[in-house]
Design a protein around this ligand. Structure first.
Ligand SMILES: *Cc1c(COP(=O)(O)O)cnc(C)c1O
Length: 322
């Protein structure tokens, strides 16, 4: 077996230096209504206010900033229909690196337009008949591009960990931390920061109830693969954790929890009504899970990562109205 080198907190610190002045140091917001509801002191780290609308800019930018001159010249390729695509496209534009993004034919027009708007070349594939990883790998080989995956990459993980690092630096130690979980880039990065800066905090990853592969993996001790889950949390529709994210999660995370679509809608409504914030369904996972365990949080200091705010406005209105 090949040696897998896991990123460490030192890599998170290095990432925070690379993204300084480029990524936003997003605000940590509080809500007396949330505090009263949970009987706790709640700190929301608001990555919905990050550049391009989600924490993914941190990992994408950090990964590209580590390219050699040769890699920069040849360019980057990524496959994603969501926030990772925009993160890579924007980071590449800022560093003048050519970017190719492989997106499914049924990706929302707004997301394709946003990715093109950042200057990336978009390659469309048919999600039912073609294999995006194969297309990505073929492009990488043919044009000498470097492939940056959405979560299972040490530089991506280290970049994502900078959000939690900023949270602890701003508010100090916490008793509980909640982070959304898809493929585990955000959660494993958050874990590195938590174990270094607030070691005794209980750290929970939260995934959609319909796709609890992470919970199954965590509890069984090996990576479980599932079919693409049906959930409104489209940023966490991943089918499995990664070979790098899983061992970090196993080592440093206390448990994986789930939230239902109904709980996500209720949390979206809370953020809209009480905090005047647009949060995408996936971004609501942490708060939804914290609300469900309220008695346990009495008198505690609780950190919640709101991971993103990208949602089509008509879809947003529809979900709030349900
Ligand atoms: C990608 C994404 C997630 C999940 O992140 P992973 O690193 O895949 O676990 C959560 N929320 C939002 C908004 C995302 O874009």
């Amino acid at each position: 077996m090949s040696e897998l080198k896991l990123p460490t907190f030192a890599d998170v610190v290095a990432a925070s230096e690379r993204i300084a002045g480029v990524a936003h140091a997003t605000p940590v917001l509080t809500s007396s209504t949330a505090d009263a509801e949970l009987g706790a002191e709640v700190f929301f780290k608001c990555e919905n206010f990050q550049r391009m609308g989600a924490f993914k800019f941190r990992g994408g930018y950090n990964a590209l900033a580590r390219f050699t001159p040769e890699q920069r010249k040849a360019g980057v390729v990524a496959f994603s229909s969501g926030n990772h695509a925009q993160a890579i496209a924007l980071s590449a534009r800022l560093m003048q690196i050519p970017a190719t993004i492989v997106m499914p034919h049924d990706a929302p027009a707004a997301k394709v337009a946003a990715t093109r708007g950042y200057g990336a070349q978009v390659v469309i594939y048919d999600r039912y008949t073609e294999d995006r990883e194969q297309i990505g790998r073929d492009l990488a080989i043919k044009h000498g591009l470097t492939l940056i995956p959405p979560y299972d990459h040490a530089d991506v993980i280290a970049g994502q960990g900078t959000a939690a690092k900023e949270l602890f630096e701003e508010v100090g130690r916490l008793d509980y931390v909640f982070a959304p979980l898809g493929g585990g880039g955000l959660l494993s990065g958050t874990a590195l920061a938590t174990r270094a800066l607030s070691p005794s905090a209980k750290l929970f990853g939260v995934e959609p109830e319909a796709g609890n592969d992470g919970q199954q993996s965590f509890r069984s001790g090996s990576i479980v693969h599932i079919d693409t889950p049906k959930t409104i949390a489209d940023g966490a529709q991943t089918q499995h954790l990664g070979n790098i994210t899983f061992p970090i999660i196993q080592r440093d995370v206390d448990d994986i929890l789930t939230a239902s679509d109904e709980e996500l809608r209720a949390a979206m409504r809370f953020f809209a009504e009480r905090m005047k914030m647009v949060v995408e369904p996936t971004g609501c996972l942490g708060f939804a899970a914290a609300r469900a365990m309220n008695a346990q949080l009495q008198g505690k200091r609780v950190g919640i990562i709101i991971s993103g705010g990208n949602i089509d406005i008509a879809r947003y209105a529809e979900l709030l109205a349900q």
